[in-house]
Design a protein around this ligand. Structure first.
Ligand SMILES: Nc1ncnc2c1ncn2[C@@H]1O[C@H](COP(=O)(O)OP(=O)(O)OP(=O)(O)O)[C@@H](O)[C@H]1O
Ligand SMILES: [Mg+2]
Length: 251
């Protein structure tokens, strides 16, 4: 088995005449946490969506867990099974209980029987601190609890890599911490993670590697402490100044 779980090479994506990704090279190794930071519109979500082929790239290759996602002959359903994805908006099924949200894909896709699926669901709900909410409906949960349930649902599928797209940005400030704690714990357990985030403190403490994107290119990448603490590029510096000190940004 290869040690590289995600390998993106020469990735390009345009929407009509708008070039959003202009040749991205990046990789995530097994057990690594890679954080992507950058201004709004720089292509971060598009990059994540190309990794599991929710968007079809115009050029370049994406290999995830040994599957070449960009090969027209790839078994995309099988390839996607190795990829857990958590979005900004909590996308639980509203008509299913939390437990059912966690078991439905396990049973349908992985063909687990009800007992096994429920056992694995409960193990993952415990992991995110939601065991007592198994019988609740999503609408009865806070935003932070819904997001943790969405993380548990992805984990129940035994992903090789977890993709997170600003998982805390839709949350009230007091709910952000619980979600970040779950993500931090996952990282400590060795989960391979690719995380788009504006939580600089989290990126600095948890990421093995940080990529700064701007205008569809990776401007700078390196160890978290270096990119966030001592950025080499002016564009990285001005972005960090804006996000770390938003009140004074215009001065
Ligand atoms: N389906 C689409 N059709 C047309 N344009 C799109 C589409 N998806 C994204 N774009 C455009 O591509 C650019 C990059 O968008 P993307 O969502 O990847 O940025 P982002 O870095 O994730 O921004 P944010 O931090 O605001 O989430 C934007 O200009 C956006 O308007
Ligand atoms: Mg985005």
């Amino acid at each position: 088995m290869s040690d590289v779980i995600v390998e993106v090479s020469g990735l390009r994506k345009a929407f009509g005449t708008l070039e959003v990704l202009k040749g991205i090279d990046m990789s995530v190794r097994r057990g690594e946490v890679v954080c992507i930071i950058g201004p709004s519109g720089s292509g971060k979500s598009t990059l994540l969506r190309c990794v599991n082929l929710l968007e079809e790239p115009n050029a370049g290759t994406v290999v995830v867990n040994g599957f070449e996602m960009t090969d027209p002959d790839v078994d995309i359903d099988r390839a996607r099974r190795g990829i857990g994805m958590v979005f900004q908006a909590f996308n639980l099924f509203g008509h299913l209980s939390v437990l059912e949200n966690l078991t439905v894909a396990q049973r349908k896709v992985l063909k687990r029987d009800r007992d096994e699926a429920e056992r694995i669901a409960m193990r993952n709900l415990e992991k995110v601190g939601l065991a007592e909410k198994a019988g609740s409906m999503p609408a009865q949960l806070s935003g932070g609890q819904q997001q943790r349930a969405a993380i548990a649902r992805a984990l129940a599928m035994d992903p090789a890599v977890m993709l997170f797209d600003e998982p805390t940005s839709a949350l009230d400030p007091e709910l952000v911490g619980d979600v970040l704690t779950v993500m931090r714990q996952l990282a400590e357990e060795g989960m391979t993670m690719l995380v788009v985030t504006h939580e600089m403190q989290f990126a600095r403490e948890v990421a093995d590697k940080v990529l700064f994107m701007d205008g569809g290119v990776v401007v700078e990448e390196g160890q978290a402490a270096q990119v966030i603490g001592e950025p080499r590029h002016e564009r990285t510096r001005s972005f960090l100044a804006r996000v770390l000190n938003p009140v004074h940004a215009g001065e």
